[in-house]
Design a protein around this ligand. Structure first.
Ligand code: FBP
Ligand code: MN
Length: 661
């Protein structure tokens, strides 16, 4: 361990004189007195890149709010909406406006007014940050000009002329669009300081990869993994069962492009296998879901092929899952040995003691005497697909990003964030899972899951030794003690093969029934070492059915469910798109969003998502950085620097006065 004296001497290298130490103390004190930065919570993005982009660009309605604060009374609603659209989509919107203008004068006037307005908006947005933070958010190309415009020197007498001159020069050099775009990006970036992604970036929607690319490009953020993210992480780590699920879901939502085009993984082995082995066209339950807009863009033959792939990979999935369940009696999943319950002669299935007719009884690869055995062809298909997943550089890069920014849960500024639940037993105690003969529950279980996920990825090439970790990663997807799943079983098989909906029911963990119970929130916050009086629990995972009166604020606002509802497929059930949460120096606000139509509609018709806000918690006094987790670290730094200063004064450590020379 490093001694205090050694530490001070190391610190003295960074602050070699008393003057430099004092300057840093003053700087840190100033930062701690600034208002707490805005945190933005979003979840369940499900590949809906355009809608997510929109919410990020408008900062859950924050950009509009700031525009109103500054320009109400000075600009008309139309002008304010136009300005907001420019901030969200600068290049496209400006092109459109400029195209509609007739003369050079009109265009120049538009540029000049827009630059003035957007500069004012940006200056207002960044006013709560230190200059050094703002500088980091400014793109290098226009750094000098933007800094000049933002940090106006109030003592300069002829400053207005000076700025006008800058703006005129930029316009005359034909660079106005670029500059407006650069300033817009600074606003987008800083209108929300820190982003929390409470899970489920992947599946159902078309572009999870593009969402991750956006996240990799600069936002300050953290991620709490969702069950769908973990499924992809498992597939990238070498779990064949996770991979089969990933492919099945992509086929079901007609999104195989994500695998083939975005990640460059060839599905040819699966297509060939499906055509070769599933000779009869009996794939009705496996038809992909196709959006009405996409219907005209797809050949019927392609739909047939996707359905067959879905059918082939589903059976492979059930077989692989059966093997895992057999290896792990402690998973307690005997009821998921679904291929055992089929009567292959009569085409019925026995579930919970009751016989049901099957919607499809075509199983060309299943040997009723040994239903879980993969055929040689199936083994080959799995191997070839797996190689594709493991060799996809882009997928591996994305999963590494998820691992580096993500965790099973996060404590941040007194709040506890996780995607699903802390699984409970029917009597309310924390549910246990034995892992390598040790029982884990509550926080320890979530910590263990995280350890296993990281280990599973790290050992992805040591296939044999990794099986135990990979099995557990798959368990996280659909096991009853999984904090990401939170249901008693996943009825994929029943949904495909049985019409009777009573077999489709997935019973939610007691956690979900008890979410309104303040005591439970207290108990969980305490379990995770947080102060229950101050903190909140923030979850995603379950769409909030506002349509039938469900409230996203549970337990008097102690627990907040912010499923963003981006997934189009689920918007019929919820009645609106969903929720995001903002936490700024004034408190917490829940924002509900109407569905996003399209990027084009947003640009052309200035159609913003209508967002309404509800206050969750109001700070009695405006919260400063000092009262945050960052503040705690800075306070400690100030204490250390004060000690260093005393050491300089007493001569215990000698100043390096030559350090500047
Ligand atoms: O809507 P689909 O595609 O049938 O998926 C249903 C499945 O998704 C799940 O709800 C899990 O996904 P979510 O995390 O998005 O809820 C399962 O419980 C369920 O079996
Ligand atoms: Mn989920």
């Amino acid at each position: 361990m490093i001694t205090k004296d050694k530490y001070l001497r190391l610190l003295a290298k960074e602050y070699p004189t008393a003057a430099k130490t004092v300057t840093e103390i003053i700087n840190l004190e100033a930062i701690m007195n600034l208002p707490k930065a805005t945190e933005h919570f979003i979840s369940d993005l499900h590949g809906e890149y355009d809608a997510v982009q929109h919410v990020l660009r408008n900062g859950s309605g924050n950009v509009k709010e700031k525009i109103r604060e500054i320009f109400q009374g000075r600009l008309s609603t139309r002008e304010m909406n136009q300005l907001a659209t420019i901030v969200y989509y600068p290049e496209d919107k400006i092109d459109m406006i400029v195209d509609s203008l007739e003369s050079e004068e009109e265009i120049n006037e538009f540029y000049s007014l827009t630059l003035l307005r957007i500069t004012e908006l940006c200056a207002f947005t960044v006013s709560k940050y230190t200059r050094s933070k703002v500088r980091k958010a400014i793109p290098a190309d226009y750094a000098y000009i933007i800094e000049e415009l933002l940090f106006k020197d109030t003592i300069m007498t002829n400053k207005e002329d000076y700025y006008e001159k800058i703006i005129k020069t930029v316009i005359s050099l034909d660079r106005a669009t670029e500059l407006i775009a650069a300033i817009s990006h600074v606003i987008q970036r800083l209108v929300v300081d820190h982003l929390h992604v409470v899970g489920d970036i992947y599946d159902r929607g078309p572009f999870p990869d593009k969402i991750i690319d956006t996240f990799m490009d600069g936002h300050e953020l953290d991620i709490q993994w969702g069950n769908h993210d973990v499924l992809w992480m498992g597939a990238a780590s070498g779990s064949a069962a996770c991979m089969a699920n990933v492919i099945r879901i992509s086929a079901r939502y007609n999104n195989l492009e994500i695998i083939e085009d975005a990640y460059g993984i060839s599905l040819r082995p699966l297509i060939t296998f499906a055509e070769m082995v599933y000779k009869e066209d009996r794939y009705e339950p496996f038809m992909p879901k196709i959006n009405s807009e996409d219907e005209s863009k797809i050949f019927p033959e392609e739909i047939r092929q996707i359905a067959k792939m879905n059918q082939a990979i589903s059976i492979i999935q059930f077989k692989l899952e059966g093997e895992i369940i057999k290896r792990h009696p402690e998973f307690d999943m005997a009821d998921r040995m679904v291929l055992d319950f089929i009567d292959y002669e009569t085409g019925t299935v026995n579930l919970d003691g009751k016989d049901y007719p099957m919607l499809c009884d075509y199983f060309p690869t299943v040997d009723p005497a040994d239903p879980y055995r993969l055929t040689e062809e199936e083994i080959l298909v799995v191997e070839r697909l797996m190689t594709g997943f493991q060799n996809s550089e882009r997928l591996q890069k994305h999963v590494q990003f998820l691992l580096s920014k993500g965790s099973m849960y996060l404590s941040y500024n007194d709040n506890l964030l996780f995607h699903g639940c802390v699984p409970l037993n029917p009597d309310g105690s924390f549910m246990e899972l034995p892992i390598a003969n040790v029982k884990y529950s509550g926080k320890a279980l979530l910590d263990k899951y995280e350890e296993v996920l990281r280990r599973g990825y790290l050992n992805r090439e040591a296939t044999k030794h990794n099986i135990r970790s990979l099995d557990l990663i798959w368990y996280l997807w659909e096991g009853k003690a999984s904090s990401l799943f939170g249901k008693d079983k996943m009825t994929t098989f029943e949904r495909l093969y049985v019409a009777d909906k009573e077999t489709h029911v997935e019973k939610k963990n007691l956690y979900y029934e008890q979410r309104d119970n303040v005591e439970l929130s207290y108990k969980i916050l305490k379990e995770f070492g947080l102060d229950p009086k101050k903190g909140h629990i923030i979850n995603g995972h379950t769409p909030v059915k506002e349509k039938i009166g469900e409230n996203p604020l549970k337990a008097d606002g102690k627990l907040i469910v912010i499923d963003g509802g981006f997934s189009k497929a689920y918007q019929n059930t919820t009645g609106l798109a969903g929720y995001t949460l903002l936490y700024n120096s004034f408190g917490m606000q829940l924002v509900s969003h109407q569905p996003f139509t399209s990027r084009q509609d947003a640009i052309e018709n200035e159609k913003d998502i209508v967002s309404t806000r509800r206050i969750v918690d109001k700070e009695l006094e405006r919260k400063t950085v000092r009262q945050t987790d960052v503040g705690k670290k800075l306070t400690q730094q100030v204490i250390d620097l004060q000690q260093l200063l005393r050491a300089y004064k007493s001569g215990e450590i000698v100043e390096d006065l030559l350090s500047d020379k």
